[in-house]
Write a new protein. Structure first.
Length: 82
């Protein structure tokens, strides 16, 4: 919470249902974790869950960009060999 004092202050001063804990998929839904049993769920504080979700989104974006760049790199290599 030290890196998110405003979020912590909101949690303490205005607690509402769903504002303290979120259910988190240990194996992300994007990686097939949505169809798993309850063993794939855990509770995380909202701040930790937001950080984890952001990191997973960044990882997916990086993987998507790498996948998009691979065919272009192969095309460039073919053209350079020609």
């Amino acid at each position: 919470f030290a890196s998110s004092p405003a979020s912590l202050r909101r949690l303490v001063t205005d607690p509402v249902a769903g504002s303290l804990w979120h259910a988190d998929h240990v194996i992300p839904v994007a990686q097939g974790g949505g169809q798993c049993s309850l063993l794939n769920l855990r509770s995380l504080c909202v701040i930790c869950h937001a950080r984890k979700t952001k990191r997973e989104a960044q990882d997916r974006a990086a993987a998507r960009h790498a996948a998009e760049a691979a065919p272009r790199a192969a095309e460039t290599a073919i053209l350079q060999d020609a």
